[in-house]
Design a protein around this ligand. Structure first.
Ligand code: ZN
Length: 501
C-alpha cells in the first residue's frame, strides 16, 4: 500500500492566489476525507492565528483521516501543532529542518553537528506528545548523501515513524532521486521499519515522475496536492500519482486507499474555492483529457474504447451528463438531502438562509445542478455579517456610449445611493462602488466563470481588492453578471471591514 499524504491545505494553500478561509478549508478537508487520503497536512499552526484555528477546526471535524500539522525544530512550533491537533482521532506532528549545506550555511547558519543535535532534541520532544511523528530533511535532494543518512538515522532513533526526503526546490531527476531514496533505505538501520516519504516540486515538470521513481525503489508514502497546486510550479499532483499507480498496476504493483471516483469532484471543489481553472490539457482532470477530436481516434474509440483510452472516465467520477438535481418546486427536505449527499453540514439556522438563496436561484433558473449547489454553499460562508448589503441597482449601457450604473447599498443604518460611469456596465458598477466606499481599494484581479452550461447558467464572479498592502477576495453568484460582480465587490469590502473590527 502507498500512503497518500495530502498537503493541499498547507503547501498548496501557501501559494499565491490559493489562500482559503476557514470554512473553505473545512469543506476541502471533508472532501479529502471522502477521497480517502491517508493523511491531511492541515496547516502550519505557528504561522498565524488563522492557520492555527483552521487546523484545529479540521482536527475536530474529521473522523477517519490522520490530521497533521507542520513545525520547525522549535518548542513553540511543536507546541502549536500539538494544541491544534490534540482533539483529532488520529494525529501526527511533522517536524522539519534543512539538511543541505546551502541551507545550513545561508539560512540556518548552523553546523552539521548542531543540526543533528536539533533533530534529536525536537523529534524526541514531539514524540513525548504524539506517537505518530514525521520528520523531513528539507532540501534532501541537494544534501550530501552520507550526512542525509546520519540525519535520518538520528530521527529514527528518536522516534520518527515517517521519514520524508523532499525535493524542495524541484531540482532532482528521476534516476538520481530514486538512487537517493534507495541509498537511505539500504544504509540506515531500521529504515525498513518506518514509512519513507517523498515530496516533490514541479519546477522541471518532474514532480510526478520523481515520486513514482521513488515508489519503484521502496518509498511508501507520497506527498501531493490536488490539481498539483503549490508554490512556484506546484507540487506533485495527487490525481496523477494515484491514476498512474492504478493504470500501471501491472508495473508498480502498488495500491492506494483513494476512492478514485471522488477525484473529479475534489478537483472541481478546489478549482471553485481558489477561483482557478486547471488547463484543459491538465492530466486526469483537464476538460479535454477524455475528448477525442481526431477522426482516426474517434473511429477507434467507437469500435473499442481501449484503442486510445487508457483510463475509463467513470473511474475518476466523470459522468457524461451532469446530474440534474433540484428545481423550483424542491422543498427544504430535498435540499437538505442534496446538501448531505454533497457533503455539506448545515445547522437549522444556516438551512433557513441557504434555502432562501436556493429559492432565489430556482426562480431565475430552471435546472439546478450539483455545481450550482457547490457555488451557492461556497459563497454562503463568505458572507460577512454586518457591513454593506446590496439593496438594488440599475444599469444603462448602449453601443459606443459610456455606461452608467446606479447602486443602492445599505450599511445597516441607512441606504446609500450613488451613480458611477465607465466603459461598460461592470466598469461603471465598480466606479460607483468606489464612490460609495472611497478610493482606498484597487481592483487587482477579476474573473467571471459560468458555473454550468446553458444560457441561464449562474455566473460566478471572483475579484481581489488591494488596500494598504493587503488583498481581500470576494465572490458573487447570480445569473446576472453585473449583480454577481457588485456582490463580489461588496463581499471583498466587507472582508476588509471585518478584519479592522
Ligand atoms: Zn513543498
Amino acid at each position: 500500500m502507498i500512503k497518500i499524504f495530502d498537503t493541499t491545505l498547507r503547501d498548496g494553500e501557501q501559494s499565491p492566489g490559493c489562500s482559503m478561509n476557514l470554512y473553505e478549508k473545512l469543506q476541502m478537508a471533508r472532501q479529502l476525507e471522502r477521497l480517502g487520503v491517508d493523511i491531511i497536512e492541515a496547516g502550519f499552526p505557528a504561522a498565524s492565528q488563522g492557520d492555527f484555528e483552521s487546523v484545529q477546526a479540521i482536527a475536530r471535524s474529521l473522523k477517519k483521516t490522520v490530521i497533521c500539522g507542520l513545525a520547525r525544530c522549535t518548542k513553540n512550533d511543536i507546541d502549536a501543532v500539538y494544541d491544534a491537533i490534540k482533539d483529532a482521532n488520529f494525529k501526527r506532528i511533522h517536524v522539519f529542518i534543512a539538511t543541505s549545506d546551502i541551507h545550513l550555511k545561508y539560512k540556518l547558519k548552523k553546523t552539521r553537528k548542531e543540526v543533528l543535535a536539533d533533530i534529536a532534541e525536537y523529534v524526541s520532544y514531539a514524540k513525548s506528545l504524539v506517537d505518530d511523528i514525521e520528520f523531513s530533511c528539507e532540501d534532501a535532494s541537494r544534501t550530501d548523501l552520507d550526512f542525509l543518512c546520519e540525519a535520518v538515522d538520528i530521527a529514527i532513533q528518536n522516534g520518527a515513524t515517517t521519514i520524508n526526503l523532499p525535493d524542495t526546490v524541484g531540482y532532482a531527476v528521476p534516476e538520481e532521486y530514486a538512487n537517493m531514496i534507495k541509498t537511505v533505505i539500504d544504509n540506515v538501520p531500521n529504515a525498513d521499519k518506518v514509512d519513507i516519504s517523498v515530496h516533490c516540486h514541479n519546477d522541471l515538470g518532474l514532480a510526478v515522475a520523481n515520486s513514482l521513481a521513488a515508489v519503484g525503489v521502496g518509498a511508501t508514502q507520497v506527498e501531493c496536492t490536488i490539481n498539483g497546486i503549490g508554490e512556484r510550479a506546484g507540487n506533485a499532483a495527487c490525481e496523477e500519482i494515484v491514476m498512474a499507480l492504478k493504470t500501471r498496476h501491472d508495473y508498480y504493483g502498488k495500491d492506494t486507499a483513494i476512492k478514485t471516483t471522488e477525484i473529479m469532484r475534489t478537483s472541481n471543489l478546489l478549482q471553485q474555492i481558489t477561483a482557478t481553472r486547471v488547463s484543459p490539457t491538465k492530466p486526469i482532470v483537464g476538460k479535454n483529457v477524455f475528448a477525442h477530436e481526431s477522426g482516426i481516434h474517434q473511429h477507434g474509440v467507437l469500435q473499442d474504447k481501449s484503442t486510445y483510452e487508457i483510463m475509463d472516465p467513470a473511474m475518476i467520477g466523470l459522468v457524461e451528463t451532469e446530474n440534474l438535481v433540484l428545481g423550483k418546486h424542491s422543498g427544504k427536505h430535498a435540499l437538505r438531502a442534496k446538501l448531505e449527499e454533497l457533503g455539506y453540514e448545515v445547522d437549522d439556522a444556516q438551512m433557513e438562509e441557504v434555502f432562501v438563496d436556493f429559492k432565489n436561484i430556482a426562480d431565475s433558473k430552471k435546472q439546478i445542478y450539483d455545481r450550482d449547489i457547490h457555488a451557492l454553499m461556497l459563497r454562503e460562508y463568505q458572507k460577512v455579517s454586518g457591513g454593506y448589503e446590496l439593496v438594488d441597482y440599475s444599469s444603462f449601457t448602449s453601443n459606443g456610449k459610456e455606461s452608467k450604473t446606479i447602486i443602492k447599498l445599505s450599511d445597516g443604518k441607512e441606504t446609500i445611493e450613488r451613480v458611477g460611469s465607465g466603459a461598460g456596465p461592470v466598469d461603471a458598477a465598480f466606479d460607483c462602488m468606489a464612490n460609495i466606499v472611497g478610493d482606498k481599494f484597487q481592483l487587482e484581479d477579476f474573473a467571471i466563470h459560468s458555473v454550468t452550461r446553458g444560457k441561464d447558467a449562474l455566473g460566478e464572479t471572483f475579484l481581489s481588492l488591494r488596500s494598504n498592502g493587503q488583498v481581500f477576495n470576494g465572490k458573487g453568484l447570480s445569473n446576472d453578471i453585473i449583480k454577481s460582480s457588485i456582490i463580489a465587490y461588496v463581499n471583498a469590502v466587507n472582508q476588509q471591514a471585518q478584519l479592522q473590527d
